[in-house]
Design a protein around this ligand. Structure first.
Ligand code: FAD
Length: 450
């Protein structure tokens, strides 16, 4: 039975009251979809803003069965509510890893596909959908369809990155990646400024994984000082004797927890500046190479449950933009200077260089630099982000929908070349806006009258 609950996503903003159903069986999910209007699917709610919020929410967390696995090819079929956490726990010991993973393992397969997530290997291995062979979906009219690159191809493309607006993904089939060990050979290199980190990204193109933590509060010659982390899956021969005893050891459950919301004054420009300075100077040497477990390399934030509470009860948002590589140096210099000028630095700012990938409706990545920053919700934030949007647009870039909570329609239409096309298909699939989110009501023509 659905409950009326207060629901929010990872940014704890906004919090809404919704009818929330978490059916343990597909039959009950179909019944809920038939009567709920408007409705949006939800996985683990790890999107930051309002993409998975609506008056009626269908959570897939109990639709989480593994269906089939081929040990030779690594092809896995599972229900959409299976999490990356579950997949790693079961398949790392058998020598398989996720082909693409975001910076948290607490996401569902359905959520990863609907946002078409990227990881530290985007330049080498693309987004999650690149590894998806097919999926099953219940469309807004209640039909169950199989979609692949050969069958219902348009719906396949619309759904990858389609933010849950094309229906409920119920199952997916995708390829896992072979690994010899659960470890990554990591190189951490300090860069004194933006020029140096851009050169490092360019010379790291042959590495499978790369990203950088960047300090957005420094100025002048130190503008954009960073620490690059690049890596490769470690082979058995690289492990020490202790690691070799259990080379495919999966991650452990996190034991730390933030039990309450921090007061809102705890996080301010002084604490962020202090954190950034300490973080940068924690590494003495220019470069350090070591073997780290995948959980440390990919998911450092997962070590603390509910870390989102440090931003206080008013919540926070993440702003992630990408700008074309050709404007990288100039665009990043202007945008980071602007952030510093407004003292809006975030202590979790991540920089990556995406590889080339064809446009696909609402999919986010393009060949270029992407920067993701967390900002606590405060009155001056909205104007600041509108100004950031204008600069991102000027440099030919765009903003990631799965992190968004305030983008407007004209910005979406100007920055995603296939957004109009998506909207046309969306209206045909959803003549009465049945599948819609608070976000889609803001950025597409989906205002539901119900
Ligand atoms: C700490 C952290 C780090 C992150 N790092 C990255 C990163 O590196 N790269 C990246 O790309 N993203 C990143 N993200 C964002 C995250 O990967 C995405 O928001 C992902 O979609 C969340 O999955 P979820 O299962 O929680 O989906 P939700 O947050 O519940 O939903 C996200 C979207 O998917 C839709 N959806 C969910 N399930 C289904 C379904 N079964 N059928 C149809 N639509 C569905 C929802 O309607 C919504 O539009 C990060 C998030 C956090 C909190």
């Amino acid at each position: 039975m659905p409950d009326n609950l207060n629901v929010t996503n990872w940014g704890n903003y906004p919090v809404i009251e919704a009818q929330f159903a978490e059916p343990p069986e597909l039959r009950l999910a179909k019944d809920f979809i038939a009567q709920a209007h408007p409705v949006i699917p939800r996985g683990m709610g790890r999107c930051y803003g309002d993409s998975a919020l609506q008056k009626h929410i269908l959570s897939t967390q109990k639709l989480n069965a593994f269906l089939q696995f081929d040990e030779d090819s690594g092809i896995l079929s599972c229900q959409a509510g299976v999490t990356f956490d579950d997949i790693l726990s079961i398949f790392v010991p058998r020598g398989w890893f996720l082909p693409v993973t975001p910076g948290t393992k607490f996401v569902t397969v359905g959520g990863a596909l609907a946002s078409d997530v990227h990881g530290k290997n985007h330049h080498a291995e693309g987004t999650f959908s690149n590894h998806v062979i097919s999926f099953k979906i219940i469309t807004p009219d209640g039909n169950e369809l199989t979609c692949s690159r050969n069958e219902n191809q348009t719906l396949f493309n619309l759904t990858c990155g389609g933010m849950g607006l094309t229906g409920l993904i119920i199952e997916a089939t995708f390829r896992l990646k072979r690994i010899e060990t659960a470890y990554i050979r990591q190189e951490k290199i300090k860069a004194q400024n933006l020029d140096e980190i851009i050169s490092l990204f360019e010379e790291s193109a042959s590495y499978t994984y790369s990203m950088a933590w960047i300090d957005c509060l420094t100025k002048g010659k130190r503008l954009g000082r960073s620490i690059m982390m690049r890596g490769e899956n470690a082979t058995l021969a690289e492990l020490n004797n202790l690691q070799r005893k259990n080379p495919l050891i999966p991650h452990k459950k996190a034991r730390l927890n933030i039990p309450f919301y921090f007061p809102s004054f705890a996080l301010n420009s002084f604490s962020v500046k202090a954190f950034n300075t300490l973080y940068y100077h924690k590494q003495f040497q220019k470069s350090v190479t070591n073997l780290v477990h995948y959980d440390t390399f990919y998911y450092p934030l997962d070590a603390i449950h509910h870390w989102n509470r440090i931003y206080g009860k008013n919540g926070f948002t993440q702003y992630q933009f990408v700008i074309p590589k050709t404007h990288g140096r100039e665009g990043l210099t202007e945008l980071i200077s602007f952030i510093g000028k407004h003292n809006m630095g975030s202590f979790l700012t991540v920089l990556k260089l995406f590889g080339a990938q064809p446009e696909n409706f609402l999919r986010f990545p393009m060949e270029g630099y992407t920067l993701a920053m967390d900002f606590k919700i405060q009155p001056k934030l909205w104007k600041f982000l509108d100004e950031m949007d204008a600069m991102v647009h000027l440099f030919g870039g765009r903003v990631y929908l799965t992190k968004d909570v305030r983008m407007n329609k004209s910005f979406l239409m100007q920055t995603y070349p296939q957004a109009h096309e998506f909207e046309k298909h969306y209206s045909a699939l959803n003549p009465d806006n049945k599948f819609s989110s608070l976000q889609s009501q803001r950025i597409l023509n989906t205002n539901s009258t119900n």
